[in-house]
Design a protein around this ligand. Structure first.
Ligand SMILES: Cc1cc2nc3c(=O)[nH]c(=O)nc-3n(C[C@H](O)[C@H](O)[C@H](O)COP(=O)(O)O)c2cc1C
Length: 208
């Protein structure tokens, strides 16, 4: 086994992160530009944080090209709201296109062929092609550095959850129907069609 220091180039650390923390779910974050147009970008450094209040987190890094905040961050800090959409087998090609770093103000919905639809509570649009959508209000941001590749943690409180009937089964979102897609190392992506079931044992069952 080899041991590595993490005080070198960000690219080295980044490779350890993206090849070890797999598969990663993908949040497709929709936000509103200063002129009212739309911004859309995928983020796989993404997780659930709290059920009540319902909080999610994602982690945008400073742009590797110029060390500036990504457009999503600029928008969320100003508008204080955003929508989390989900990447699935039916939309991943377009979601990948939405990750293109377009000049600020250029609409990634238009560029990728995805469809914006009005939200109920926030001004940022929902992504029609996402069968689950979370309308979120910005909660906190922690920044971990000022150089290209430095990450930050952004949390949002989910105020409304929209779920398309097509992915519901027995009153719940079905993993099989949702067909979520995740991210791995490099250009690896994952489907969620290889699953197994295992019951979580209670303390009493373990002690028997
Ligand atoms: C599947 C996928 C996941 C990504 N995850 C992240 C991430 O977690 N953090 C990040 O900073 N960039 C991530 N990116 C890159 C951003 O999507 C990209 O920088 C995008 O242009 C940012 O858009 P914006 O400037 O409109 O916010 C990811 C790209 C792809 C394709």
């Amino acid at each position: 086994m080899k041991t590595y220091q993490t005080n070198g180039a960000f690219a080295e650390n980044y490779k350890f992160l993206i090849s070890s923390i797999i598969p990663r779910p993908i949040a497709v974050i929709s936000s509103r530009n200063v002129d009212g147009s739309n911004n859309l970008a995928p983020f796989s450094f993404f997780t659930a944080v709290s059920a009540q209040p319902m909080i999610i987190a994602f982690c945008p890094m400073l742009r590797s090209s110029d060390g500036q905040f990504k457009d999503t961050v600029k928008n969320i800090l100003r508008e204080r709201e955003f929508v989390v959409n989900f990447c699935t087998e039916d939309n991943y090609v377009k979601v990948n296109l939405a990750s293109t770093e377009l000049p600020y103000g250029e609409d990634e919905y238009t560029f990728s062929g995805l469809t914006p639809m009005e939200s109920q509570l926030v001004k940022a649009k929902r992504m029609k092609e996402s069968p689950v959508q979370f309308e979120c209000v910005f909660r906190d941001m922690i920044c971990y550095g000022k150089t290209p590749g430095s990450g930050s943690l952004i949390t949002g409180e989910v105020k409304l959850v929209h779920v398309d009937d097509s992915v519901m089964q027995d009153g719940k979102i079905s993993t099989e129907l949702l067909k979520a897609v995740g991210r791995g190392a490099g250009n690896d992506w994952f489907k969620t069609d290889s699953r197994f079931q295992m019951e979580r044992l209670t303390k009493a069952q373990i002690q028997k």
